[in-house]
Ligand binder design. Structure first.
Ligand code: AVJ
Length: 319
């Protein structure tokens, strides 16, 4: 049996404090917004897993195709002895990479979900005898401290999740990743690419309504955690392409004029009929833009791979 360590860098109550602050700020501002990280309670994570299997939702399959085809090249280019995966979730796609990294000593999955980390971490430690798995419960958008493990390090941030950050947040995030790296370390970044608007909108507004349920689940999270009385059925799911920013937005549109109470914040929130609450931005990228953002953060773009239909890209950049 290989070693499995779990380190909590998030005190149990920070999540609650952060949720309260985000909800207060987001629902008293204009327009109303909520950060997408609050989608992912147990139900939300389950719905996201369902999304990844939808015919309309291509990013997961496209990224898996690249990882499967290029794991050997990525492994050879990085020579990593430590693989750090930010937002590791189920660690499913990462298996290809772990299998290809023959000199791998330690895998460091980083996620806010303790249940996902424990499940994936234990399975991996059992499957790869000799692999040290050091799971970190942490918010990867906050400053991270990595365990002291052998280099070179490869930090992987997959799934296109970087697109859920706003441009200024992205710049800060990439700079903080850069600060974790030593010379010879690398970043493997997954980015969804700009494409036909209809393909993009369908991926966020599927026929089966799974993404609509995922979107509305954030209201259920706020009801449970903060005692609010949102009626998820009183909101419509909206997915739209913002061509100026080149991002998809998910919104919840109030079907009627309504008032929502959030007792634990002492807050009463009015919605006008048709008023929209922005719940997610999912930016889509071009190669030039990715290169510019990496360079601005002090990372040197080295490799760029896409799937056969150029829907999604993985890039490798070095410190
Ligand atoms: C978490 C970045 C993979 O933005 O595509 C899926 C989340 N939102 N459907 C994305 C999501 C709606 C997703 N990622």
């Amino acid at each position: 049996m290989s070693p499995f360590h779990l380190t909590r860098t998030l005190p149990e109550d920070t999540t609650d404090a952060a949720l309260r602050a985000d909800v207060r700020e987001g629902l008293t501002g204009s327009p109303k917004t909520l950060p997408p990280k609050w989608f992912y309670d147990a139900r939300g994570s389950e719905l996201f897993e369902e999304i990844t299997a939808l015919p309309e939702y291509y990013p997961t399959r496209a990224e898996r195709e690249i990882l499967r085809a290029r794991a050997g090249e990525i492994a050879a280019a990085s020579g990593a002895r430590t693989l750090v995966e930010l937002g590791s979730g189920s660690s499913e796609k990462t298996r290809h990479l772990i299998d290809a990294l023959t000199g791998l000593h330690t895998y460091v999955p980083v996620d806010v979900s303790e249940s996902a980390l424990t499940l994936a971490g234990r399975a991996l430690a059992a499957e790869r005898p000799g692999l040290d798995v050091h799971a970190l419960i942490a918010d990867f958008t906050a400053r991270l401290t990595l365990p002291d493990t052998p280099g070179p390090r490869l930090v992987a941030f997959l799934g296109g999740t970087i697109g859920n950050l706003l441009p200024a947040e992205r710049a800060a995030f990439l700079a903080s990743v850069r600060a974790l790296l030593d010379p010879g370390d690398a970043l493997l970044l997954g980015t969804d690419l700009v494409k036909d608007e209809r393909v993009l909108v369908r991926a966020y507004d599927d026929a089966a309504g799974v993404t609509a349920a995922f979107n509305k689940n954030v209201l259920t999270v706020i009801n449970r955690e903060l005692g609010a009385d949102f009626d998820p059925g009183a909101f419509d799911h909206v997915a739209l392409w913002d061509a100026g920013h080149e991002w998809i937005e998910m919104r919840l549109r109030s079907r009627t004029a309504q008032t929502v109470k959030i007792p634990s914040l002492g807050l009463v929130v009015d919605f006008a009929a048709g008023e929209e609450l922005r719940t997610e931005v999912s930016a889509k990228f071009r190669q030039d833009g990715v290169r510019e953002e990496l360079s601005a953060a002090g990372l040197e773009p080295a490799r760029w791979w896409t799937d056969g239909e150029a829907r999604f890209a993985l890039s490798l950049s070095v410190a």
